[in-house]
Structure formats: structure tokens, C-alpha cells
Design a protein around this ligand. Structure first.
Ligand code: G
Ligand code: G
Ligand code: NA
Ligand code: MN
Length: 253
């Protein structure tokens, strides 16, 4: 309960921060976007999301937290646009709860217009499991987001149970191969079979495909051989505070 009220105040007290993990195109070794990951600055400690996102989900605080993340990502995109000519997108993790609000799209529109960045400056990551759980409320919102130019990426892909028939009808632009498959690449034949299938599926649907959790050169090489060149993971960079992302930002222009 103490944690809950502290988290409640975290937003107004300006205690939340976003760190950014670059998404890399290994063909050019350049950053092609970044994923925003939340941290909570409590006194001298930086609390990782694993320690407060679950509580936020239970209590509903995830809604204001996620709205803060969307606003902050839009602000950051503007700052990087001005300082580095940044024109890629920042991906924000969006839990299902957000889709319950009928004004989600208007909200996002407000955030991006307030900062004067294009809608494609924000990409939304929704998990495959979340998507399939609430298809009826999520699908109409996805269509409206797509119409205004906000791109959707399906996170943790391969771990849920997508109806492939549905997938072909959804306005999504990217699938993100779950790190559980990436971890075993080059170790178990099953993992490369799954990854091969995901890549083939994505290609046939005209979707971009990115692998998350890439930690070793071996994994990178196997992915490249399978014709997946977009990657994210500790091999390239951990999630970084905004000022430390500048090394990558300077290369994107
Ligand atoms: O950064 P880290 O590995 O600690 O993140 C742990 C988990 O918390 C991940 O599953 C990640 O998706 C989730 N997470 C991180 N930042 C956010 C956020 O801004 N919103 C939501 N909903 N989840 C987040
Ligand atoms: O997919 P999701 O949004 O849940 O994942 C984000 C989380 O993954 C973040 O907490 C981030 O720190 C973590 N992460 C990023 N790169 C790697 C990696 O290469 N290996 C592992 N194990 N975790 C990673
Ligand atoms: Na994510
Ligand atoms: Mn993921």
C-alpha cells in the first residue's frame, strides 16, 4: 500500500524516467529507432519496471504511467529532432488497459501535436498475448491509430497464440521475435525453426521483423543468415539514459 501511494505520487513528483534501447540495422550498424523503457527514480535508487509495472497493472496506475510515457517520448523525440535531426520513431510499450479508453487515439494525437512531431515519431508495442486477449477492443483502435500514422509493433511475438487469419487483417507494421527464441539460436534446432517461420510469415504479410534480446555474435550471425537484419539487445546496447543515447543519435543523420 505504501508502494502504491508512492507510485501514485511519482508522476507529479517527476520521479519517472525513460531509458532508451537502440534498435539496430546490422547491415549499416546504425540505429533505426529506440524502445523507451521506464524507470522510477526513488531517492538514490533507480527502480526497474519489473518492480512496479505489475503493481501498476493491478491498481490501474498503469494508465497514467503509460500516458506519461507517451507524452515524455513525444517530448524526447522533439528534442532529438532539434538537436540531432532525429526522424526515427520511439517505441512505447502499451498495455491493454489503455485500449479501454475510447479517447486513446485523440490522446496520442494531442501529445504529438503538442510537441510538434509527426505521428510516426511514436510507435506502439503491444504484446501478442495482450492483443489476442482483447481483440474486440483493440482492433478498432489499431485501425484508427494506423489511419493517423502511428505504427504498431507486436512484442514478444511467437509466445502467444495468434490467429494467423486475424494477423493478416490487422494494421500492424512490425513483429518483434521474442527473446526466448533468440536466446536458443545456434543452440537448439527448434529455435531456428521457429525464427525461420516467423520471418517467413512476416515477409509474406509485408511486415518488418526485428529480433529482441540479441546478446551474442553467434545469435546475430544466425539471424543475419535468416535474413533478419533489425535487432535489439545487450550485444549492441543496454537501455540507456537519454544523454547516453547521443553516441547513437549522432550516427542516425
Ligand atoms: O527494462 P526492463 O528489462 O527492466 O523491463 C522489464 C519489463 O517492464 C519489460 O517487460 C518491459 O516491457 C516492461 N516495461 C518497461 N517499461 C515499460 C513501460 O513504459 N510501460 C509498460 N507497460 N511496460 C514497461
Ligand atoms: O519485450 P519487453 O518490452 O518486455 O522487453 C524489454 C526488456 O528487455 C527490458 O527490460 C530490457 O532491459 C530487456 N532487454 C533488452 N535487451 C536485452 C537482452 O539482450 N537480453 C535480455 N536478457 N534482456 C534484454
Ligand atoms: Na517491448
Ligand atoms: Mn518483448
Amino acid at each position: 500500500l505504501e508502494l502504491e501511494s508512492a507510485l501514485h505520487k511519482a508522476i507529479e513528483r517527476d520521479e519517472l524516467v525513460l531509458h532508451y534501447q537502440p534498435k539496430i540495422d546490422v547491415r549499416t550498424a546504425r540505429m533505426v529507432g529506440a524502445e523507451a523503457l521506464m524507470r522510477w527514480r526513488r531517492g538514490n535508487t533507480l527502480v526497474p519496471p519489473g518492480e512496479f509495472i505489475p503493481l501498476a497493472e493491478e491498481t490501474g496506475l498503469i494508465v497514467p504511467l503509460s500516458e506519461w510515457a507517451l507524452r515524455e517520448a513525444a517530448r524526447q523525440a522533439k528534442v532529438w529532432q532539434l538537436n540531432f535531426g532525429f526522424s526515427e520513431s520511439i517505441a512505447v510499450n502499451l498495455p491493454n488497459r489503455l485500449f479501454e479508453r475510447s479517447d486513446l487515439v485523440e490522446h496520442i494525437h494531442q501529445f504529438v501535436s503538442a510537441w510538434g512531431v509527426p505521428h510516426r515519431a511514436i510507435q506502439l508495442e503491444i504484446t501478442e498475448t495482450g492483443l489476442m486477449k482483447d481483440l474486440q477492443s483493440v482492433i478498432p483502435a489499431l485501425h484508427r491509430l494506423n489511419e493517423v500514422g502511428v505504427e504498431i509493433s507486436i512484442d514478444d511475438f511467437g509466445t502467444g497464440y495468434s490467429s494467423l487469419a486475424y494477423l493478416t487483417t490487422l494494421p500492424i507494421s512490425e513483429v518483434k521475435i521474442d527473446r526466448s527464441f533468440v536466446r536458443d539460436l545456434g543452440i537448439t534446432p527448434q529455435s531456428s525453426a521457429v525464427v525461420t517461420a516467423i520471418i517467413a510469415l512476416a515477409r509474406s504479410l509485408g511486415l518488418q521483423v526485428i529480433a529482441e534480446g540479441v546478446e551474442t555474435l553467434r545469435q546475430m550471425e544466425v539471424l543475419r543468415r535468416l535474413d533478419c537484419s533489425l535487432m535489439q539487445g545487450f550485444l549492441f546496447s543496454k537501455p540507456l539514459p537519454p544523454d547516453e543515447l547521443e553516441r547513437w543519435l549522432a550516427q542516425t543523420v
